[in-house]
Design a protein around this ligand. Structure first.
Ligand code: SF4
Length: 248
């Protein structure tokens, strides 16, 4: 039973691989539809609101804090490596450049399942910076400033959220983080116990109305559509949308 988190070299553990197999078997032909080698899941219509700038205010941290990205692969990794030090030199103003020169920008630890991943600094992703009171991804900022597509320069997994893509024997499952998919998703317990971006029930009581506003919840698909078009082409994305009944 082979399976891999798309965009990384990381294999699913045995339990997750079994769980994704059962999930596909249960839903294929009902809410999962085949297009070529892809398995398009109607779970992509799950509402999500990536109100990332306000996440730290509502939850005390955002998903780039107290963690690090998934490992990178292929052209995504090659492009990032070309710019890795330039990004730190441009956007960080502490000891990070020196540390990265001494130790490298990647680390392989138990937390990264021993795959090479961008290292942490003070517990956060090395590339998380604060600008004008907002916690932002310096890779994304650098990409925009230099006319590079952020989706090609940032770790693919960071851009992918709240979608999930798994390559397995049955095909390439394209889905989103939900109560049911979190049993095998790379996003772990993000649905059940973490952030209100993917689960409005996690929105703390008395949250100001403008944060994670109800009107901001749109299908998870819409957050990932442009990313997938950049990787797989617009025509493929249009074919996917024919299988997602709620997309106009
Ligand atoms: S690479 Fe950017 S988006 Fe990904 S965890 Fe680090 S700061 Fe966040």
């Amino acid at each position: 039973m082979r399976s891999r988190y798309y965009g990384t070299p990381e294999q699913l553990g045995f339990t997750e691989a079994l769980s994704v197999y059962h999930y596909i078997t249960r839903h294929l032909g009902k809410t999962i539809h085949r297009y070529d080698r892809f398995l398009i899941d109607e779970a992509l219509m799950t509402p999500a609101n990536l109100d990332c700038f306000n996440c730290h205010l509502v939850h005390g941290r955002n998903c780039c804090e107290k963690g690090q990205p998934y490992s990178m692969d292929g052209e995504n990794l090659e492009l990032f490596e070309e710019h890795a030090f330039a990004i730190l030199e441009r956007h960080t103003h502490d000891e990070r450049v020196r540390l990265a020169k001494e130790k490298g920008v990647f680390e392989q630890t138990r937390d990264t399942n021993y795959y090479a991943s961008i290292r942490t600094h003070n517990g956060n992703c090395l590339y998380l910076v604060e600008e004008n009171g907002k916690r932002i991804c310096s890779i994304h900022r650098y990409a925009l400033d230099n006319g590079i597509d952020p989706a090609k320069l940032k770790p693919f997994s960071c851009s992918l959220f709240p979608l999930e893509i798994i390559e397995c024997d049955e095909g390439i499952l394209v889905t989103a983080i939900t109560e049911e998919t979190e049993s095998f998703s790379r996003w772990g317990d993000f649905y059940r116990s973490t952030y209100s971006c993917v689960n409005p029930l996690r929105r703390p009581p008395n949250t100001p109305a403008e944060f994670f506003n109800e009107a901001g919840y749109v299908p998870a698909w819409e957050w990932g559509r442009d990313l997938l078009a950049a990787y797989w082409g617009k025509e493929t994305i249009q074919e996917f949308e024919k299988l997602l009944p709620l997309v106009k």
